[in-house]
Each structure stands twice: as C-alpha cells, then as structure tokens.
Design a protein around this ligand. Sequence first.
Ligand code: HSE
Length: 429
Amino acid sequence: MKKINVGVIGLGTIGSGVVKALRDKRALIAQRSGVDVHLVMVSDVRRAQGAKLGLPATMFTANPQEIIRNEKIDCVVELIGGHHPAKELILQALRNGKHVVTANKALLAGDIAEILSVAVKSGRQLKFEASVGGGIPIIKALQEGLVANRVDSLFGIINGTSNYLLSKMSQASLSFAEALSLAKKKGYAERRPRFDVEGIDAAHKLVILCYLLFSKLVPLEAVIREGIADISEMDVRYAEEMGLVIKPLAIAKKDHDHLEVRVHATMLPKAHPLAVVNGVFNAILLKGDMVGDMLFYGRGAGQSPTASAVISDIVDLGRGDSLEEGNRHVKAEARVKKIRRADEIQSRYYLRFMAIDKPGILARISGILGKNHIGIAQVSQKERKRAKFVPVVMITHHVLEKNLKRALEHIDRLAIVKGKTIKIRMEGF
Ligand code: HSE
C-alpha cells in the first residue's frame, strides 16, 4: 500500500471538511485507491480549532512552519486563502520538497504560472482541483479525461452565490436586495459579498480555466467583467415573458488567435443546458474537438464538495502516477495571441430604456441605433399606466460592442429617457 503524509494549513470550512473526511473515510479511500492518506499535522492561527475537531494536541500547531519543515510530511494542503502569507507558504513548501494542494483561486488567478514554475524547478507538484467548481472534477477532466481534445469554448456558471441571487429573483420574484439579504441569512453570501456580486470570484476561476485550456495566463484586468447588481426584477420578468433566463456566466471563446474572456449576466434561451442550473449549483459547458459538447454540473462550494476535490488531489499525489504531468502546461506555447477588448466583441443584446410615452419616441431611439449599425430584431413597449417613463425593451441582432456603446452614450443623454440604459448580453442563439 502506498502512503502519503499530509499536513493541512488552515482549518476553516474546507480545512475542517478535509480533516473530518480523512478521519471518516481513510479506510475507504485506501481500499479504492491503494493510497493510505495519513494526516500528520494541522495548523491554524485559532488555537481552539484543532481541539474542536477532536484532534490530539500533538497534531496541532499554530505555526505553519512546523508543517512546512516537517520531514515526515510529503504534501502540504494550503487552505487559508488570500495572497499573504498563503503564497509564501506554498513556495516555501515546494522548495522544501513538498507537494502542494490548494483551493486558493484568488492567488492562482494572478500567480499560477510563477508558482508552477517553482513546482517544476523543485520537482514537485501543485494541484488545485478545489479552486474551480468546488466538488466538480473539472481540472482533472481537462488535464486527463479530455487530454486529446482542443477546447475552444467554455460557458460556465462558476459562482454559486450570484447564481443563487439571480435564481431567487426569477423563481421567488424577489428584488436584488431581497435576494441578497436572503442569501446572507442562509449563509451563502458573505457579509461583504463584493467578490461574488461583481464577478471577481468567477473571473479568478475563469482565468485558471483559461490557463489550462489555452496555456495563456489572462491578466485579471483583461477579463471583461460586469456585476449583477444592476439587474432588476423588471428585466427578470421581461426575460421570462420572452422565454429567456438571466444567468451569471463566465465565458471563454477562442476564435483563430483571439480569445474572449468575460464574466457577466447573460440571457439564455430556456432550452439552453445552463438555463436550468439554479440555486448555488455550478455548471460548466464546454466543447471539445473530439468529444463535442460536455456538461459538468454540481456543487461549486461548501465544506464537503470542496473537501472532496482536495482529497482527490492528495490521493493523486499519493498514487505518484501523475507526477510532473499536471505541471507540463507551464512550458506549453500559448494557443492564443490576443485577448479581445470589450469594444471588439460582438453579441446580441437585450436593451431596456425608460422612455417618455409619446409618439415618435421609439423612432428617435431606433434612429440613433440604426445610425450606429445596430440592427433591431424585436421591440416591445411595456405599458405602465400614468407613469411618465415607460420601459421599452429591444433585442438586437449581433452588434459590435463599440457601436452599441456609442449609440447608448447618445441615447442616455436624451431628455426623453431616464437613467442609464440596461444592456444584457445574450448567448445561445
Ligand atoms: N463564493 C464562492 C461561490 C465560493 O459563491 O461560488 C466558492 O468558490
């Protein structure tokens, strides 16, 4: 029987889940994989965490260096998150000859190439299944099961909190603020949920996926990113009336040498495979040149699903058969040359104007759109009695974002419209 000695740094939700699962399932994992996963030591700055999990005092340390320097330990699991001191601990562990397993998406999104190159130089592995999609084995699928495929497009719901918010707005007719307060009550959204609501968390995960798919580390600021806080109940209802749903999508599309990387609310037809992914669930739809469409669905967050992914990485390291392989793409040539700017992308759009209800107003708006080469596929004016400004909804054909931006700058300055036009990109047509 092979054996791997493990040290866990960080006993938060995921770390505690890893400790519990290793205690409860050590025999089952060994039986299935031929690897005995031995938890040697755990560390947390909160001294009570070890005892809370029923661990003997000898297995606990408040000093992570005791894990990194421990000669018995083969694999360090970093679950403290954030940049510092997580990055320093990971690099030190690799240089000390340990394999590293991490769920640290924010760190990897910026520094994965640098950390992998240290892993390569140290002859050790960095594994990060838990950083994207929680319990969904998407990294393993890309690196192993789909290794013979070129994947040129990926559409994902990879942030559970934003998916929960938009699902609740649609299914329970809640406003964004009501859905957010419900999510906080249920413990899904953090007290300051900026990373989820503004698409930053999804952008981190998408950058990691793009690195694997295209061997290109997309700078975070090159991800076209919009939050979901501007989506109103009105838009959710109008989408519904047109047979559409609004989903928080992460999108990567390769077209020749160009790559589009975006995170934003997107309208999808109800028949689209991602349209039925609701609540905190995640899903990733991709197209491989050999396998065609593939859909991965599951829990993208939470203690058990994420711990499940961490343990899968540890077991792989214990098997020893994937050594070096995961690190190879660090040397691969990028499959794309240019990341598209927002101005350069083409999409269909849902537009909602709040306009004065008078004859000639529609002609005025569509005239400006026409002048900017924006073709309109559908228009409807939503009657609201006695209201001075009424919603006017338009669906465009595929348009160049630069043209739309110019048209909307003009329209939003008109006295006949109130506020900023709401624009939501559409996919799946
Ligand atoms: N905040 C993240 C989400 C947690 O809502 O998906 C998992 O990465």
